[in-house]
Design a protein around this ligand. Structure first.
Ligand code: NAP
Length: 240
């Protein structure tokens, strides 16, 4: 029987309580991984995963998460840096706070998530880091200058990290989703949604599971062992 080789691998997913993160947690569990996830709310074992309340904006809190996960589940093999937010508006209407809060969660949050684990991964000579960027980070999107800037920055971070970490046996990749049906896109007005759907060649938004499978592929020490520094677009041909 073929497998993705994730059985008993410890994986941390940030923002795992809803949407893409929750689908990723569920798929990884089904693939046999030992999964921990964070969000600003949950704080117990939920559905067989270790759920930890932690805000990715808080570097010290994420350090504590790292300790807790390694204590309860063992050394972390994989990270899915998924927690993210939007605060959309046209450029002249975006406040400095709307910029800072996006940088805090979507960029600094990713940095806070990777940092506590990287040295251990180097020492063990294995690890796979997957960051969730966005189609907006590659092609831009009206009303999302702040969001797109953070998502583009994550691609730069990952491509550089991949170059540094390869010699230690650690890989780093990005998934860039197109428009996916989650709470995040529920906020888009119906008229705008119809316009976006008409631009997508497959004529529909994706499902959270579509992104979860991409993350699982990139985490896999079997399926993607020669893939690093890559951006995997999952967007129904809604290309840049
Ligand atoms: P979502 O349904 O809004 O879920 C976001 C998750 O992140 C929740 O679990 C949320 O939990 C958590 N979160 C938010 N702020 C956090 C913080 N400061 N610290 C810790 N956790 C936090 O969003 P989604 O659509 O699944 O998006 C997931 C990722 O995919 C994001 O990075 C997003 O930018 C990216 N993405 C989404 C789409 C899309 O169309 N949906 C497209 C491209 C990229 P709490 O609120 O409980 O903290």
């Amino acid at each position: 029987m073929l497998s993705l080789g994730l059985e008993d691998k410890v994986v941390l997913v940030t923002g795992g309580s809803r949407g893409i993160g929750a689908a990723t947690v569920n798929l990884l569990k089904d693939l046999g991984a030992k999964v921990a996830y964070t969000s600003r709310n949950g704080n117990d074992y939920q559905n067989g995963a270790l759920a930890i309340k932690a805000d990715v904006r808080d570097a010290a809190a994420v350090e504590e998460v790292a300790q807790k996960v390694e204590e309860k589940l063992g050394p972390v093999y994989g990270i899915v840096a998924n927690a993210g937010i939007t605060k959309d508006n046209f450029y002249p209407k975006l406040s400095l706070e709307d910029w800072d809060s996006l940088i805090d969660v979507n960029l600094k949050g990713v940095n806070h998530t990777i940092r506590p684990f990287i040295s251990g991964m180097y020492e063990r000579g294995e690890g796979s880091i997957v960051c969730i960027s966005s189609i907006s980070g590659e092609r831009g999107n009206a009303g999302q200058t702040n969001y797109a800037a953070t998502k583009a920055a994550v691609i730069g971070l990952v491509k550089s990290l991949a170059r540094e970490s390869s010699r230690y046996g650690v890989r780093a990749n990005v998934v860039a989703p197109g428009f996916i049906e989650t709470d995040m896109t529920k906020a888009i007005p119906e008229k705008v949604k119809d316009k976006i759907t008409a631009e997508i060649p497959v004529r529909r938004f994706g499902q959270p599971e579509d992104i979860a499978w991409a993350a699982a592929f990139l985490l896999s020490p079997v399926a993607s062992k020669y893939v690093t520094g890559e951006v995997l677009r999952v967007n129904g041909a809604h290309h840049t």
